[in-house]
Design a protein around this ligand. Structure first.
Ligand SMILES: Cc1cc2nc3c(=O)[nH]c(=O)nc-3n(C[C@H](O)[C@H](O)[C@H](O)COP(=O)(O)OP(=O)(O)OC[C@H]3O[C@@H](n4cnc5c(N)ncnc54)[C@H](O)[C@@H]3O)c2cc1C
Length: 401
């Protein structure tokens, strides 16, 4: 069986559903394929969403778990710096609900959604794309003008069309835990750094509504699996072990976060990459939900316009790349510098780093705006030791000199 569409989107995560909806809103015939049997399930995400996404999604009560007002950052010994805002800076969300909501919005806009449908191959044929899908033990061929790869970290779409895949892969492990502990922040994101607990990575505790929290880690170094580091983080970390001493663990999940920044090219003839498939994740925080929602929409807009104009060339599709770069290019470049700084900083400098942030005005705005440049400038001004370390990291950063 061969189906004909203007646009095929691979992956019904937030990036794919947004892309599909936006392309359909421009009048394109759109097919959205998702290999899972249920959109959004299982979810691997810790669920923090920056407030800037709320202009693009109607965040209803089913999606929002908690409002977040700032950050609490811990050094390896458990000392912390708090950056709190008067207004909320984001949300913790139920990702399953977000994914389902966005997919239903796409369907309401006229998108055909196929679940349990895995794209298994794709190629360019005479200025169009042919995509092979396996759906309920049936082989389907789809003929389309544009393919949007929103297929996450392992992006096969990128591979099939010779584009770079996301880099700096960081394995993560996470528990959903139930705890009534008053020590756990219910309106702040808690972040933990220190190679002893999370080599070349970070740990987190996020409130998830009611008594539920998500406790997780991402690690790049170390000689054991992420889940073993997670167990030590929970049982031995001087702060986390006390906070979660009475906690009951109800779900284990995991995934891979690429922290290498956006891939070199996010478009080619007939092809667009978006969301994690394009490496659109902030290298400092590992957060990508906001980029997925916003850049997914931009990808769909450009695909829709390309169909209207009958031009599927890389040159035309570059409009998408130009638009996401004009919004996020700088913060993602500096984010990569921030990652180089953080993952190479020895534990003794982490202590200095956190202590220079303590009581500083304006930190929360810097973090919310991903203004790594200002943040590094501030800590460098306060500590000659950090200053010379940051200068060294700058030289190593591949994106900034
Ligand atoms: C442990 C962990 C915690 C995280 N926590 C946060 C957080 O708190 N805040 C934040 O902002 N970000 C977080 N992230 C990152 C966030 O999950 C991603 O930025 C976000 O999911 C990107 O959405 P996406 O639509 O690009 O990709 P995904 O959500 O990964 O969706 C890709 C979809 O494509 C489907 N797919 C893949 N291949 C195929 C195929 N061949 N055929 C059909 N379908 C296919 C997959 O099944 C999947 O549904 C976290 C990531 C991890 C791993």
């Amino acid at each position: 069986m061969t189906l004909k569409y203007d646009v095929i989107v691979v992956g019904a995560g937030p990036a794919g559903s947004m892309a599909a909806k936006h392309a359909s809103d421009k009048g394109s015939r759109v097919l959205l394929v998702e290999r899972k049997n249920e959109v959004g399930v299982p979810s691997h995400c810790a669920g923090f969403l920056m407030r800037r996404a709320e202009n693009h999604v109607n965040l209803n009560d089913e999606i929002v778990a908690d409002k977040i007002y700032g950050f609490k950052c811990y050094d390896p010994d458990g000392n912390n710096a708090v950056a709190r805002s008067r207004n909320h800076i984001g949300y913790t969300i139920r990702r399953e609900a977000l994914d389902k909501y966005l997919a239903s919005q796409a369907i309401n806009s006229g998108v055909d959604l196929m679940i349990g449908a895995t794209a298994v191959g794709a190629r360019r044929v005479s200025g169009r794309v042919k995509v092979n899908i396996t759906h309920l033990n049936e082989e389907i061929s789809v003929d389309a003008k544009i393919i949007i790869g929103a297929d996450g970290v392992e992006s096969n779409v990128a591979k099939w069309f010779g584009l770079e895949k996301p880099s700096d892969l960081t394995p993560c492990a996470q528990f959903d835990a139930v705890t009534k502990s008053p020590e756990v922040s219910r309106d702040l994101i808690e972040m933990y750094i220190g190679h002893r607990w999370t080599p070349k990575g970070f740990g987190w505790i996020f409130p998830r509504g009611g008594d539920v929290v998500k406790v997780g880690i991402g690690v790049k170094g170390g000689k054991k699996p992420a889940v073993s580091f997670l167990k030590d983080f929970i049982n031995l970390h001087p702060v986390v072990s006390k906070k979660l001493a009475q906690a009951k663990f109800i779900r284990l999940s995991g995934g891979i976060v690429p922290l290498g920044g956006p891939v070199e090219r996010t478009v080619d003839n007939n092809v667009i990459l978006t969301g994690t498939a394009a490496g659109l994740i902030n290298p400092v925080s590992g957060g990508g939900n906001d980029y997925a929602v916003i850049c997914g929409g931009l990808a769909g807009d450009t695909a829709g316009e390309a169909v209207e104009k009958g031009d599927f060339s890389r040159r035309f599709l570059c409009r998408y790349e130009d638009s996401w770069k004009s919004i996020f290019g700088k913060e993602l470049r500096y984010g990569y510098l921030g990652r180089i700084v953080l993952q190479n900083m020895p534990d003794r400098l982490y202590r200095k780093f956190i202590s220079t942030l303590q009581g500083e005005e304006g930190i929360v705005e810097m973090l919310v705006n991903y203004d790594v440049e200002r943040l590094l400038h501030l800590v460098a001004e306060k500590s000659p030791m950090l200053s010379s370390f940051i200068k060294g990291a700058r030289r190593f950063s591949r994106l900034l000199t």
